[in-house]
Design a protein around this ligand. Structure first.
Ligand SMILES: [Zn+2]
Ligand SMILES: [Zn+2]
Length: 353
């Protein structure tokens, strides 16, 4: 399996972002990403997918959309839609019909910023996911860069601080979202976690101050989704697109906060009597399963089963655990950065059945 780093969930001038697809591609190449998935609000932009090049570097830009009901007040239940190949925003008024429509079109759906609280200092409403009775969606956005920003901006002055020092913003995925995800996968469902930036490259004006806050290339160095595909990217758009979406559908991916240190090289594997698997895959419990995680640098490793911590390895680069019982096993890694212990890696589970 080959690891590629992608950033997903971002906006251009086609909705409320300030950059073009070309700007995004150039910023992503600068941040050394392999691919991005651009998701404007309620529009599927045609004709921009493909490889973009700067010098010898190239980047695959894919296009999905972020769909929500614009007549709803407040405008909750945002859904990221990938690979549906048609505009599904006409189904926005009913989240389950929308998810069904995505599935019928052969696409993938991820609940965007499941917990996204109101912010009174900036007059932003709560736009969390609320329709928790839905089923048959692919996964959820475990960590969203913008929702987290809303939780730290208590005053306008705070806004200025974080506009100039955005590296202080990201701490970890919202604990309620982690809990929600654990509850879903522990109940026997397959729910894939991805990390999204929700990059807009917003312009901030306050008196004489004018600054692009959270520019695209900053986002592309922070919360990324690392995806495992069977072959390196080939340069053929349909082939590469299929490999990426198959991996995301399966959950062969992890969320990496790449700013404190690159998370490239992280692995989480399971070896049983007859087969070996990686994150996102299933393996029989019969005869026991050896779970192994390996990190690119030492950190605090936590192994969780059905949402509960069953092992902690401090300042370690690897861990192994012999799982004799069925369960949903996943790994987290935490690292000190700018004076705080922050979430660094969140794997998708290995499902021991
Ligand atoms: Zn949204
Ligand atoms: Zn968004």
């Amino acid at each position: 399996m080959h690891e590629i780093v992608i950033n997903l969930h971002m906006h251009t001038v086609y909705s409320d972002g300030t950059g073009t697809h070309k700007d995004i591609a150039q910023a992503a190449i600068k941040a050394e990403l392999d691919a991005v998935i651009v998701t404007d609000h309620n529009v599927l932009v045609q004709g921009v997918e493909g490889f973009y090049r700067v010098g010898r570097s190239r980047l695959l830009l894919l296009v999905g959309q972020e769909v929500h009901d614009q007549d709803r007040d407040p405008q909750k239940n945002h859904l990221l839609v990938f690979n549906a190949n048609r505009d599904l925003s006409t189904l926005a008024d009913d989240p389950q019909s929308l998810i069904n429509g995505v599935n019928e079109a052969g696409g993938l759906s991820f609940l965007a910023h499941p917990r996204d609280l109101a912010n009174s200092a900036f007059n932003e409403p709560d736009i969390s996911w609320e329709a928790w009775d839905v089923h048959s969606f692919t996964g959820l956005e475990l960590w969203n860069g913008l929702s987290e920003l809303k939780t730290v901006l208590h005053t306008k002055l705070n806004g200025v601080f974080y506009a100039f020092l955005p590296q202080f913003i990201a701490h970890h995925p919202m604990l309620e979202t982690l809990q929600r995800w654990d509850d879903l996968v522990s109940s026997g469902r397959r729910v894939v976690a991805v990390g999204g930036s929700d990059a807009h490259a917003m312009h901030m004006h306050m008196g004489p101050l004018h600054r692009v806050i959270f520019p695209y290339d900053f986002h592309f160095r922070t919360v990324n989704t690392h995806v495992f595909i069977p072959e390196p990217l080939s340069g053929d758009v349909p082939t590469d697109k299929r490999m990426i979406y198959e991996a995301l559908a399966q959950g062969r991916c992890f969320v990496g906060y790449d700013l404190p240190a690159s998370t490239r090289g992280f692995t989480f594997k399971g070896r049983g009597l007859e087969q070996s698997v990686i994150m996102g895959e299933e393996i029989p419990s019969k005869g026991g399963v050896t779970l192994q995680a390996h990190l690119p640098k030492p950190a605090e490793i936590r192994l969780l089963k059905d949402g509960k911590i069953i092992g902690i390895w401090k300042d370690s680069q690897a861990c192994a655990y012999s799982a004799s019982e069925p369960g949903v096993y996943r790994v987290e890694a935490w690292r000190n950065y700018l004076g705080l212990k922050r979430g660094w890696i969140f794997s998708n589970p290995i499902y021991v059945r």
